[in-house]
Design a protein around this ligand. Structure first.
Ligand code: URA
Length: 434
């Protein structure tokens, strides 16, 4: 077999066999297929797409390039993946919530990417908390506490690490088959019985257009099932940020409030809706409504928060930060408010632009490995559909470095649109794929 023949076959719209896909992936990881040939292959896939069988073969070949993690437990092991968004702190809530409901939740997460935040960066704003563990330590944490949140390891799907960097440099990140292979190769390397996908749609999402997001969601579910997992996906709104906080420590604060049953309505709804899918898969609830009631009770009655406390403590974090976040979580030196220039209704809070504003304040990194500022970010004081009076604050920027403010403020101003006529808030869950 030769790489050039497989590139040509894909370029001309042919379907590769599992053996051919494996040849390319193994060759690429082993150094026999060079970057330039893999780049050409990615571009061919970008234009010609891949069938379900090919995507499955790609996913399995990438997963098999690294380690897998197995758990020696009796209960239902579940996992969740979000395609990423702005203010998306769902994992911080969902992982302890589902562990409080009796499921095992091994969560390997990433750092911030572009305008979107990353669970690991957020969690690390809790003083002392460790997120780097060997896979063996990770396994033990999950078996003992029902859940752990750790940084995704290089040992998991190394083919994806190499391929993602190549796609990033060759404008092929947005290819749906390549996205599916990338996401699922990592997810399937961690043993679980059930997977739920939170596929975002709207201005701040990886795939802003609903039809493309739906196609991604369908494929994630279909390929996960081919690999023997139960799976479901929700399409959720990312036209405006989720909740009110964007920025690492700010988001941890909001997650704590949600775990205590007093979080924003939209964030709680997304968490409870995703969680209900997992409870149904685990056959731990008879109906989605029943599952949602159980999960809301775990939030209201303190069980989810208690589980989060246990996880944070097990990972070396200072639990005082959970009880007194004002005192023990990083806090910016000053805040600057953006006020409404006229009375009306909030029509738009553009998620990507607000993510960029937070990023410009220092919440994200421009280059891999750069330090971030956990304290800074953007706080929404209104959501789409809310009424505002002229002069009333709409956003609050949490700032440490005044030099970063003008650019961030400009981005934040562009994100906000007001209208005279009442504006309708976007519906939160746009679709369900089961
Ligand atoms: N997230 C991933 O893990 N991979 C992609 O290709 C895109 C988003």
């Amino acid at each position: 077999m030769r790489a050039i023949d497989l590139i040509r076959k894909k370029r001309d719209g042919g379907e590769l066999s599992a053996e051919e896909v494996r040849f390319l992936i193994e060759g690429y990881v082993g150094g026999d297929v060079p970057d330039y040939q893999m780049s050409a292959f990615c571009m061919a896939v970008f234009f010609q797409g891949m069938g379900e069988r090919e995507i499955w073969a790609l996913t399995e070949a990438m997963r098999a390039s690294g380690a897998t993690v197995r758990f020696d437990v009796e209960g239902f092991v579940a996992d969740k993946h979000s395609t990423g968004g702005v203010g998306d702190k769902v994992s911080l809530v969902l992982v302890p919530l589902m562990a409080a409901a009796g499921l095992y939740m091994p969560k390997l997460s990433g750092r911030g990417l572009g305008h979107t935040g990353g669970t690991i960066d957020k969690l690390e704003s809790i003083p002392g908390l460790r997120t780097r563990f060997s896979l063996e330590e990770f396994r033990r944490l999950v078996e003992r506490h029902g859940a752990a949140i750790a940084e995704s390891s290089e040992e998991i799907a190394p083919a994806d690490h190499k391929l993602y960097a190549l796609r990033d440099a060759t404008a092929t990140v947005e290819s749906i088959p390549l996205i599916v292979g990338s996401i699922l190769s990592k997810k399937l390397a961690v043993e679980s019985q059930g997977l739920v996908f939170d596929v975002k749609t709207g201005a701040g999402a990886l795939l802003p257009q609903l039809p493309r997001a739906r196609r991604l969601a369908r494929l994630l579910v279909a390929i996960a099932r081919r690999s023997g997992r139960r799976a479901a996906a929700l399409l959720t709104d990312m036209s405006q940020p989720l909740g009110f906080m964007v920025g690492n420590a700010l988001e941890v604060r909001e997650a704590i409030e949600t775990l205590q049953g007093r979080g924003p309505r939209d964030l709680e709804e997304v968490c409870v809706s995703l969680g209900a899918e997992l409870l149904l898969m685990a056959q731990a609830a008879p109906t989605a409504q029943g599952a949602q009631r159980t999960l809301r009770a775990l939030l209201r009655e303190g069980a989810a928060f208690a589980k989060f406390e246990e996880i944070v403590k097990a990972q070396g974090g200072d639990v005082r930060a959970l009880h007194e976040p004002e005192r023990f979580l990083p806090k910016a030196q000053e805040t600057v408010e953006l006020k409404a220039k006229r009375s009306g209704y909030v029509r738009r809070l553009h998620a990507r632009l607000l993510g960029e504003a937070a990023h410009l304040l220092g919440a994200g990194r421009a280059r891999k490995g750069e330090a971030i500022d956990p304290a800074v970010g953007v706080e929404l004081l209104k959501k789409v559909g809310d009424e505002v009076e002229r002069g009333e604050p709409v956003l609050r920027l949490h700032v440490n470095d005044r030099g970063r403010l003008p650019e961030a403020l400009r981005r934040a101003e562009r994100a906000v649109r007001l209208s005279r006529a009442p504006a309708v808030p976007p519906s939160l869950v746009r679709g369900r794929i089961v």
